[in-house]
Design a protein around this ligand. Structure first.
Ligand SMILES: Cc1ncc(COP(=O)(O)O)c(C=O)c1O
Length: 422
């Protein structure tokens, strides 16, 4: 599409947008009397208007039935988590039995590492991005220590080439090949939190498969943002959070994917609790853990219904909009932002997110060469909600569910104004 740098053009794009009505399904924070320009769905997604009624339903059923709500609630709590299977399968390209909603992201990452990081002799290393999110790093370091090993001996960091910001797929594959006899695991965020790069997960999975190396993926910045086919790509395991692009509320419930390939591998080491026990014997109150088949067998505790009800509300909108449609709009929306920012002639910033739409999600990362904090503060004062990531990046994420082309146009105009103010 050929873009134009005018408000009229942005408004025309909104008019032609078949998903535009979804904006009205969300509460947009106000700046004075006007909607703010909310570009922070990569940190915390906005509240759907239906969320309140979903939570109230569970409060009502708790009030009405007490403990009997486990069986008599409109959506019985005993099997509440099961409703997430289909929408989550659609979002990440999983098969039946491969997903379950539970816990929080880093908790799940630790649980999965217990099962899928099994160092043996020389094969003890983990390949991860040098600029991985710190929480993942902490989890990996501790898991290595739990095996009596030293992180410095076991972590291999994938770094961009000198002078580049973005990791090249061929370099990742080459690193896997080079260290094939030492790697016990490759762990990658599908979309990097800092640069916004969307990695070629299919190609990385293939490189891992070729050398029989386990491959795990952090989908924090990918789920609800890009299209994924984890089963088809042969990813071993994954986890995510639901408070970013999935709009399920602060601290919203996470989830895991375990490839069906591992569904009946009960010899995998794992932590245990009654909710992961086979349902047939869960309430027999007997000793000795019998893990359920598939992802369900990694559950530990019973489901947090109130936070899950917000998740159910949010996912109902994804089912209506469809991930394919959202991604198609997202590519246009972010390409429009990329175009508008590229029109600004200034040496004070550069875009470090890949230019090709297939190599990024909706986020663009603007690396500031000068006055970064001042510019970010100016934007905030003028109604932009984005975020600042140390040391020098402003992250902006127009999300297709509720952002408009007009939001993007107004942001770019404010950014240009901020740059020209001395
Ligand atoms: C890539 C990534 N991993 C892990 C986390 C930590 O998530 P949680 O606090 O839900 O465990 C985040 C949070 O933003 C993240 O972006």
């Amino acid at each position: 599409m050929t873009f134009e740098n005018t408000l009229a053009f942005a408004k025309q794009l909104d008019k032609n947008d078949s998903l535009a009505a979804f904006r009205n399904e969300y509460f947009i924070p106000k700046h004075g009397k006007k909607d703010s320009i909310y570009l922070c769905g990569n940190s915390l997604g906005l509240q759907p208007k239906v969320t309140q009624s979903y939570i109230e339903q569970e409060l009502k059923d708790w009030r009405t039935f007490g403990v009997e709500g486990h069986f008599h609630a409109k959506n019985p709590w005993l099997s509440y988590h099961r409703q997430f299977e289909k929408p989550l399968m659609n979002l990440i390209g999983a098969k039946k039995g491969e997903v379950v909603a539970m816990n929080q992201l880093t908790v799940n990452l630790n649980l999965l590492l217990i099962s899928f990081y099994q160092p043996k002799g020389k094969k003890k290393k983990i390949l991860m991005q040098a600029s991985e999110f710190p929480s993942d790093y902490y989890a990996v370091e501790q898991q290595i220590r739990l095996h009596g090993l030293k992180p410095k001996d076991c972590i291999i960091e994938a770094k961009p080439r000198k002078g580049e910001e973005i990791l090249r797929t061929e370099d990742i594959a080459e690193t896997i090949h080079k260290h094939k006899d030492e790697l016990a695991l490759v762990l990658f965020s599908a979309v990097n939190y800092y640069t916004g790069q969307f990695f070629d997960i299919k190609a990385i999975a293939k490189a891992c498969c070729d050398h029989k190396i386990t491959f795990g993926v952090d989908l924090a910045h990918a789920i609800g943002n890009v299209e994924l086919k984890l089963h088809e790509w042969n990813v071993d395991f994954a986890t995510w959070c639901s408070y970013k692009y999935l709009n399920s509320g602060p601290g919203g419930v996470s989830g895991i994917f375990v490839n069906n390939y591992h569904a009946k591998n009960f010899s995998l080491k794992r932590l245990a609790g009654w909710w992961g026990n086979d349902e047939k014997t869960r309430f027999k109150m007997q000793k000795h853990f019998e893990p359920a088949e598939g992802a369900q067998g990694w559950q530990i505790s019973n489901a947090p219904i109130l936070s899950m009800s917000a998740h159910a509300a949010a996912l109902s909108l994804f089912e209506k909009a469809g991930m394919k449609n959202l991604r198609a709009k997202s590519k246009n929306l972010t390409s429009y932002l990329y175009f508008l920012l590229s029109e600004i002639k200034s040496a004070d910033f550069q875009l470090i997110t890949p230019k090709k739409p297939n190599e990024r999600g909706c986020q663009l990362s603007i690396q500031m060469k000068k006055d970064g904090r001042r510019i970010f503060d100016y934007l905030t004062k003028n109604g932009v909600i984005a975020d600042w990531r140390e040391p020098d990046v402003i992250r902006v994420a127009p999300v297709p569910m509720y952002n408009s082309f007009e939001d993007v146009f107004r942001f770019a105009a404010l950014f240009e104004a901020a740059l020209s103010r001395k």
